[in-house]
Write a protein that binds this ligand. Structure first.
Ligand code: SF4
Length: 305
């Protein structure tokens, strides 16, 4: 049966689909990029020789270290709430949608996702299993809204394109420093050295330059991991049904490698106590857990009022 696409789905398909000549990166460029990053990681490993723990570097760690270093190195006080869990539940529901037989509704998918997550042996599962009726309703409502928006704006995923949701990426396999993350959606069947993959982050709320930086980080990790860069990266904004798409190029990968290595260099220095963290006041001071004791952040916010 041929599916009839909504205007939003048509628009999304038009900006994401492959067009023109196949994209194939120069092998020498990719080899050189991988060698440069590996060499930098060898230096990090030497510096961290006596450090007991492996450093995990995520997209959040990178952007936080490049922002206010004091906030980046503060103890993590993350706690689950309906707001923080909505993304996880909706992504799990979209994961189910990809392989579901028949025509599930967003509520079917979210209920099944919540039941499966509640059975999982991790902090989110335990939190979902013990939800109060009010928080459960909030969580379900938020996740149903996201899945509904995804289904009305994103074209149905063709299984022949090997769609993966919540796809884990990591490089290297082990060592003193490991870059890792979970990509919301990856589409594209591998084909030799051709760049076929499209990496997508699903977003709610406003656009932010940080979103592109996050996707470029994933593009770099994918390139290091497989030796084949993705062809495009995209933030898909669920509220408006629009995709912000960027072609992956040699320039994008080079500048991302530079930014990433600079951030890891800083993270290693701060972890080893080689210098004091620098405070960089910004709008982020508003929700910083250190604000009460931070004169710089307090002064910055006072000027803005
Ligand atoms: S309040 Fe602002 S300047 Fe102070 S630590 Fe937090 S983010 Fe940094």
């Amino acid at each position: 049966m041929t599916r009839v696409l909504t205007p939003l789905q048509d628009k999304t398909l038009a900006v994401l689909r492959r067009s023109g000549e196949p994209v194939v990166f120069d092998r020498a460029f990719v080899d050189e990029l991988v060698a440069d990053v590996r060499e930098a990681f060898d230096h990090f490993a030497e510096r961290l020789e006596r450090h007991p723990d492996r450093l995990f570097v995520s997209k959040h760690r990178l952007s936080s270290v490049l922002g206010c270093e004091a906030q980046a190195m503060a103890p993590d006080d993350f706690a689950w709430s309906p707001a923080t869990a909505t993304g996880q539940v909706s992504h799990r529901a979209i994961q189910l949608l990809v392989n579901w037989r028949g025509e599930p509704t967003p509520v079917d998918l979210v209920d099944e996702a919540m039941a499966r997550l509640a059975d999982d042996d991790h902090s989110l599962g335990g939190w979902i299993a013990g939800l109060s009726p009010g928080d459960e309703s909030d969580l379900r409502g938020g996740a149903v809204e996201r899945v509904t928006r995804f289904m009305e704006g994103f074209p149905p995923l063709d299984r022949r394109a090997h769609p993966m949701t919540e796809a884990r990426v990591q490089w290297p396999m082990d060592g003193a420093v490991v870059m890792s993350g979970k990509v919301d959606l990856v589409i594209g069947r591998p084909h030799g050295h051709e760049s076929t993959k499209l990496i997508i982050d699903l977003k709610t709320g406003w656009r932010s330059p940080r979103h592109r930086d996050d996707l470029r980080f994933y593009a770099l990790v994918e390139t290091l991991r497989t030796g084949v860069p993705p062809r495009k990266v995209a933030s898909y904004y669920l509220d408006v049904g629009e995709a912000d798409v960027e072609d992956v190029t040699e320039g994008v990968l080079r500048s991302t490698a530079r930014r990433t290595l600079d951030a890891i260099d800083t993270y290693v220095a701060l972890t080893l106590g080689e210098r004091e963290p620098v405070k960089r006041p910004s709008r982020a001071c508003t929700w910083c857990p250190l604000l009460a004791d931070c004169a710089e952040g307090t002064a910055h916010l006072a000027v803005g009022e």
